[in-house]
Design a protein around this ligand. Sequence first.
Ligand code: NAD
Length: 272
Amino acid sequence: DLKGTFELHNGIKMPYFGLGVYLSEDGQEVINAVKWAIEAGYRHIDTAAIYNNEKGVGEGIKQSEINREDIFVVSKVWNADQGYESTLKAFNESLERLDLAYLDLYLIHWPVKGKFKDTWRALEHLYRQKKIRAIGVSNFLKHHLEDLLLSAEIVPMVNQMEFHPYLVQQDLIDYCNAHQIQYEAWSPLMQGHIFNLDSIKKMGEKYGKSPAQVVLRWNLQKGVVTIPKSVKKERIIANADIFDFELSKADMAYLDGLEKSKRFGPDPDTFD
Ligand code: NAD
């Protein structure tokens, strides 16, 4: 169900379905989205310093009926803050804005060249201090992970990547699985473009499900954590209604086969 988890390599349980809040406005918009999601059963919220809404996310959690310990809160260190000391500072500022005592997961947002290894040392330090229950990366391709693993003392627990039927990157998923790095999808709905794909619409009709529900179900059946974004109550509820059907092997394979190496977001090799 919605509260289901995948276990990270340090034993921490990460709810495999969460709410993304990129482009959700700080203040009432994000407060409502977080409250509605928690009410609907979501137990995982994905924000970042650069989203400028950590304050509202913290407020939404506070206003919900659920205890903080039962919600998996994720944030990310922004590119401009990378480096050892500046990451420690950025982390504290995120905690202050969220008004929380600890984070469940903290990610390096992008692999900034020449800096991400120092940033990682800062995350390892914060993890050892028990300020963060799990640490990970985002937008790390195989060569970034190989490079990081040369000096890392702790293997990242998560890699959050753009992932949808047009950008599957199965080799990278396999690499992460082999290293016990939990794969996580961002822009699972192709930032809304998923609704234009007739074949997925048709597949959904067979199950009585929307295109969003089909692809989110595909994420979970592939073992990929997913964090669709919406600020609309009906959509927040509908996106999570994926636990009463199962995609067939053939439909799973069909969705895997739509891969086109097409990005809707930046390329990790040229964005830092
Ligand atoms: P998404 O693929 O989740 O799509 C969100 C958009 O789809 C919404 O703005 C809305 O317009 C539409 N939508 C959602 N549900 C719908 C429904 N039921 N019916 C019709 N339309 C619907 O895109 P996203 O926000 O880019 O990605 C999800 C989350 O991933 C973000 O909010 C953020 O938390 C995270 N993210 C991380 C990175 C990173 O670099 N690590 C980058 C982008 C996003």
